[in-house]
Design a protein around this ligand. Structure first.
Ligand code: NAD
Ligand code: ZN
Length: 243
């Protein structure tokens, strides 16, 4: 049976030389950004493939962009919470080499984490599908709100989000794999681990720990599993490890 207390997690950190955090939507719910797979979440209301795939973007660009702007652009304005801050402090104290995240909200960077690998991309910018020019997301949002499809200021080509869509390659996966394979412990926070690459990345290290509100499929092969809110659990961890 895996350990289930913060004390067990502290002991695990004291046994390893290096660790990385792997975070999902659950670390940001305490900032007010809902996750997608919890009951009532976005994925129980829409079929993500129909709205968030490359095919959807090319076949129905107007519907794609209005959905994208309505659902994703508000995420830019949220602030990090105690969980993000605790991970930044653990990195600063040398207890973590960095954070690999599935989140697109940019909150780890806002909280002060230095090494952040965003495997599903981010919301800071979009880019041109023709000349690759990079444009702030806010500019594309403005065009969509003015009832236009967003176009490149350099060449008038179609713009696309720097968020990974269904059907895209994962641009940062090699860096993420390299980092996760270089450490002894992966600390998973707020991810159901029900999809790749999170599930795959979590299996790459010798030791594993999970902080998640509900059980996951890999719990039985973890050293520690804590089913509790991320913010308070990570705060307790940092208080015990960083003096
Ligand atoms: P997910 O399946 O990894 O699930 C989130 C998990 O977090 C759930 O198991 C839930 O029980 C847990 N959780 C929720 N609040 C928690 C808390 N306070 N403390 C501990 N655990 C908590 O992720 P998803 O919601 O299915 O999202 C799918 C994908 O969509 C993500 O991988 C991401 O790319 C994107 N997404 C991003 C954001 C964001 O950037 N904040 C938000 C939603 C979805
Ligand atoms: Zn262009």
């Amino acid at each position: 049976m895996p350990g289930n207390s913060v004390e067990d997690l502290v002991r695990l950190f004291e046994q390893v030389d290096s660790a990385v955090a792997l975070t999902g939507a659950g670390i940001s719910t305490e900032s007010g950004i809902p996750d997608f797979r919890s009951p009532g979440g976005l994925y129980s209301q829409i079929d993500p493939m129909e709205y968030l795939s490359i095919t959807a973007m090319y076949d129905h660009p107007e519907r794609f962009w209005h959905f994208f702007v309505d659902v994703f652009s508000p995420i830019i304005d949220f602030d990090p919470n105690a969980g993000h801050q605790a991970l930044a402090r653990l990195e600063e104290a040398g207890r973590l080499v960095g954070v690999i995240t599935q989140n697109i909200d940019g909150l780890h960077t806002k909280a002060g984490s230095e090494t952040v690998i965003e495997v599903h991309g981010h919301l800071r910018t979009v880019h041109c599908t023709r000349c690759a020019a990079v444009v702030p997301l806010a500019d594309a949002v403005e065009q969509v709100r003015a009832a236009d499809l967003p176009t490149c200021p350099e060449c008038s080509g179609a713009l696309r989000p720097d968020v990974v869509l269904f059907g895209d390659q994962l641009p940062e996966i090699d860096r993420a794999l390299e980092l996760v394979q270089s450490v002894e412990l992966v600390l998973v926070v707020g991810s159901s681990l029900s999809v790749t690459p999170a599930s795959y990345l979590a299996l790459q290290s010798a030791r594993r720990a999970i902080i998640n509100r509900e059980p996951t499929m890999v719990d039985s092969i973890c050293d520690v599993v804590i089913n509790a809110p991320a913010g308070e659990t990570l705060t307790a961890l940092v208080e015990a490890l960083v003096r």
